[in-house]
Write a protein that binds this ligand. Structure first.
Ligand code: PLP
Length: 398
């Protein structure tokens, strides 16, 4: 199946659901066995490590259920990954995966800034478990990976949109043999249509599926994709931590992924036009959008990205200008999520990154004047008009 066909059919087998063209929602906590012998056979197989990623037999919905399998097979095929695991949030995907892969005494290097929740987990929770954590600026490549067990990239970074070179970071591991760090990439901002971290050298790709994968701002979900032993270990942790996705959300997500390419390509078309419009406004400086990248960022874009996506960040003069700009918008809503059909704006300084100390925010490029825009699928003329009203409101300072 080709790229546009896959999301509609992958994972779904109507004959297993009495011929229903769409799968039912399997609202069940547990599954019963035909007889005693079948139950014994099942548990024997389940406890063999080699079988840890499981087949299609179900026993209890915390371990796995049919809607989870459908969603996971679908995303695995879209991403071109050997295996996929779905979680009840993006943070559940991140925390379960890192807790599964790291041990006390390990060292993590991560590109910064990252999403506020990830920042909290890396800075406050991992060190409490004896894992040391060090940041490096997004857009750069660490010189030395000696003694590092895991490198974590969020690219493009939330909220600055700065891209880090996955290929270059992966290549920096060359010659390190079994001491090479495991490479994890949070690909939430571009999604599977516009960046494929596993093809660029990453070992694991993570998503907040709450964003573009679900695309309608109506559920919270996460995903991890990769291969082999690492995925088995993460699955084992998910079963014990209980961070799996529930049947209804898995069903909703499977349905939403059918239109992933249609939505994200349309969002990209609109965002490309808006990024040029914003760049042309005298109030906006440093418009950060993959399609407008220049210099080193252009090189990273050319090497890593297959598209531009629909997240735009830009700088206004100060916090007061941001307040006026947002006050002048009426169509574009003020909210912290992204990737949905509706356009959303947010002020990272006082919203998603409010918990990060001010000096640190400035060091990370999260300035008081920074605005983050997630572009939806509304008519581009309406969005332009709304943005124009926002920009005009800045100039009407009293
Ligand atoms: N990663 C990125 C880049 C995000 O933007 C977010 C949330 O905004 C997350 C992870 C966390 O995902 P969730 O809110 O689904 O837990």
């Amino acid at each position: 199946m080709r790229k546009k066909t896959l999301p509609v059919h992958a994972g779904n087998r109507p004959h297993e659901s009495r011929g229903a063209v769409k799968p039912p929602i399997f609202m069940t906590s547990t599954f019963v066995f035909e007889d005693y012998a079948e139950a014994v056979r099942f548990f024997e197989a389940e406890f063999k490590e080699a079988d840890a990623l499981g087949g299609e037999d179900y026993v209890y919905s915390r371990i796995g259920h049919p809607n989870l399998t459908i969603a996971e097979e679908r995303l695995a095929q879209i991403e071109g990954a050997e295996a996929c695991l779905m979680f009840n949030s993006g943070m559940a995907a991140i925390t379960t995966s890192l807790l599964a892969l790291l041990r006390a005494g390990d060292k993590v290097l991560f590109s910064e800034p990252v999403y506020g929740g990830t920042e909290h987990f890396l800075h406050h929770i991992l060190p409490e478990k004896g894992i040391s954590v060090e940041g490096f600026p997004a857009g750069t490549v660490p010189d030395d990976l000696t003694g590092v067990q895991l490198v974590y990239l969020e690219t493009p970074a939330n909220p600055t949109n700065i891209m880090t070179d996955i290929v270059a970071v992966s290549e920096r591991r060359k010659g390190m043999g079994h001491l090479a760090p495991f490479l994890v990439v949070d690909n939430t901002f571009l999604g599977p249509m516009f960046q494929s971290p596993l093809d660029l050298g990453a070992d694991l790709v993570l998503y907040s599926a709450t964003k573009f994968l679900s695309g309608h701002s109506d559920l919270i979900a996460g995903a991890a994709l990769g291969k082999g032993h690492a995925m088995s270990i993460i699955k084992g942790h998910r079963s014990i931590l209980g961070t799996q996705m529930n049947p209804f959300d898995a069903w909703l997500l499977s349905r939403s992924m059918e239109t992933l390419h249609v939505r994200t390509l349309e969002q990209q078309t609109i965002a490309r036009e808006l990024s040029i419009f914003i760049d042309g406004r005298p109030e906006a400086k440093e418009v950060s959008y993959p399609g407008l990248s220049i210099g080193d960022q252009r090189d990273v874009y050319m090497k890593n990205c297959k598209g531009d996506g629909s997240m735009i960040s830009f700088l206004l003069e100060d916090g007061e200008s941001v307040e006026r700009f947002i006050g002048g918008l009426s169509l574009i809503k003020l909210g912290v999520s992204l990737g949905g059909t509706e356009s959303l704006v947010q002020h990272p300084w006082h919203m998603t990154h409010a918990g990060v100390p001010s000096e640190r925010k400035i060091k990370l490029g999260v300035h008081e004047g920074l605005v983050r825009l997630s572009v939806g699928i509304e008519d581009v003329a309406d969005l332009k008009e709304d943005l124009k009203n926002g920009f005009d409101s800045i100039r009407h300072k009293s």
